[in-house]
Write a protein that binds this ligand. Structure first.
Ligand SMILES: C[S@@+](CC[C@H](N)C(=O)[O-])C[C@H]1O[C@@H](n2cnc3c(N)ncnc32)[C@H](O)[C@@H]1O
Length: 200
């Protein structure tokens, strides 16, 4: 008999068909998305603090996804599922419209060289994709250590008339990520911004 190994990772049957996010969870409750979860300390902690919410962590690197998988299994989190995919592809092609209750993007790769900036996840197109998958009044939460990227984030969301700037509550900002812990240890300052999708 082949025993199945426990995992929180969801493997979509096809990358040409939309995921049904609610089918990933036992409890039907709002679903929040984290893009580029890395080693997953943020989601492991935040999902533990919020059993009334479901979470999907998205990470393209297998080794990092496995670390988060282990953390989630160890904490017996039934409100966390993971997907290994390119974040922008997931947003554009795999998530249904108005299916997410928040998007968290913390310390996305900054691509500091000018010629590489086209690779940044947060750009004008991202705001359009985020507006499509978010439910009205729901928020994109952003953090970065890179000042130029922060400027780009605030510019593209500021330019999108469907979003308005909001503050990040203390309850959320005190849950730090792995990269953030490293920046704090080295005394590197970090930035936060958040944008709510207006009711349309
Ligand atoms: C700088 S790390 C930050 C990780 C985590 N958010 C943190 O703050 O500790 C960025 C993470 O995003 C992942 N990543 C970058 N671009 C991605 C993409 N397009 N789709 C999915 N994951 C991505 C990287 O593999 C990496 O783990």
């Amino acid at each position: 008999m082949i025993e199945s190994i426990p995992t929180l990772v969801h493997y979509p049957v096809s990358i040409l068909e939309r995921v049904q996010p609610e089918a990933l969870f036992v409890n039907q409750q709002p679903i929040e998305l984290e893009l580029g979860s890395g080693d997953g300390s943020f989601l492991a902690k935040y999902a533990t603090l919020h059993p009334e919410l479901n979470f999907i962590g998205v990470e393209r690197l297998l080794g990092r996804l496995r670390k988060l998988d282990k953390k989630g299994l160890k904490a017996a989190l039934s409100n966390l599922r993971l997907i290994r995919l390119e974040a922008a592809y997931l947003l554009e092609f795999m998530l249904p419209p108005q299916s997410m209750s928040a998007i968290h993007v913390y310390f996305p790769d900054p691509w500091p060289k000018r010629k590489h900036r086209k690779n940044r996840l947060i750009n004008a197109q991202f705001t359009v994709l985020a507006a499509r998958v978010l439910k009205p009044n729901c928020v994109v939460w952003l953090r970065t250590d890179d000042l130029d990227y922060f400027q780009q984030m605030t510019q593209v969301f500021g330019d999108n008339e469907f979003f308005e700037k909001v503050e990040t509550p203390e309850e959320l900002s005190i849950v730090i990520t792995d990269f953030e812990r490293g920046f704090q240890a080295r005394g590197v300052s970090t930035q936060r911004a958040a944008y709510r999708l207006k009711h349309q």
